[in-house]
Design a protein around this ligand. Sequence first.
Ligand code: 6PG
Length: 465
Amino acid sequence: MGKYEIALIGLSVMGQNLSLNIAKNHSIAVYNRTSSKTENFMNNKVKNENIKATYSIEELLDSLEKPRKVMLMIKAGKPVDLVIEELKPHLESGDIIIDGGNSYFEDTNRRNKILAEDGIHYLGVGISGGEYGALHGPSIMPGGDQEAYAEVEKIFEDAAAKTEHGNCVSYLGPNSAGHYVKMVHNGIEYGIMESIAEVYDYMRKVIKLNPEEMSRVFADWNEEFKSYLIEITAEILQRDDLETDEKLIDIILDKAKHKGTGKWSVQSALDLGTAVPTINAGVNARLMSALKVERIENSALFDQPKKAKVNIEKILPKLKSALYLTSLSAYAEGFKLLKAASEEYNYDLNYQEIARIWEDGCIIRSGLLQPIQKAFAENKNLKTLITAPQFRIKLYQDAKNTRDVINTAAESELPLPAVHSALDYFFSLKSKELPANLIQAQRDFFGAHTYQRRDKEGSFHTEWE
Ligand code: 6PG
């Protein structure tokens, strides 16, 4: 074989699976710092001569046609900087580094700028779909120099998930646009995961369904939602534990970790002055879950709440409404954040196209992404999805239905932070009047911060004391 089309560094399962996926259509040279991992991969997984193992950075780069394209599938953060430092002396102007990890978007901007000084292109590419998606077709969110992207476009198009609307990959914009969009994808992922978890919690504690029953409810609802996260939830709830007679879900500890992308979404949203309460609820819920020991101690100090009495036939459709409202709110907040970021960072994002490439391959794929595409196709400047004709009427009905869920959850002392946040987000965004007049007055009272009036332009101050 002559020179290889692309290189991949980092043979974790994601890196391995993506290499195997790319190799179906293109030649690829791979490298991993620990060589035994490369050997294992070659001996146990590779049956395709399109993949070449290399055992040094020099050998890797020598194997490539020019301009050289080197994809990094390594842990975000410092490791990426270290590998770039290692690669740099061997690269030349026109070569392309592709970062396929969940890198922080500001890091991508910084790396882009530094490498551009030597004429090296840097593409920040979000890849979603987990291990399965990497092998069978992920959703790919590339950003960076558009000419450099043209050099790898065919490889990504071939590797991406496919739908009737095209391949789940699209050039998204300059600089960190790809990593920013992936970060928001993950923020939405946090919001939806938390919504499903809260609905599950309500079902088990208030309605007192067992995991099998809950699984059936989720599977039934998913005929309509067509959501990957709901689909895997139904599967999770069925799984038996191999070591006990319990369902595995009942054995798993109620304490969730996170790697940063959800937190960054919220931080960035705050920096841009955009509210993302449902996504934030998803992040906060994981922080609260981490306080397991403290929660156990605290629970001993309070009476155990009595659960509200509910009629299962009546409450289940309302719970479904709550899940719809909360999931949609996560998407709506995410797209609003993307809009703010696009304006601030000149990404020039195409929201319809983003919804299209999220339609399959990624973790947040669901039936909602088609009407979301339609909403943006009909109105490119749509300010919020909640007012789009595709959602407005249903959302209003779902918000009404959600009240009963909220009330009975409160009676049962069951926290539903994402559901509450989504409902408040909807109510706030459609409120002609909010109580910020009083906030203005308070600020002016204690800090002479001035206020604006309804009846004339300008800034005003009152001597309150
Ligand atoms: C994806 C996932 C993936 C990863 C998350 C997990 O789109 O394939 O989002 O990137 O599983 O980053 O994030 P947490 O560890 O923060 O939950």
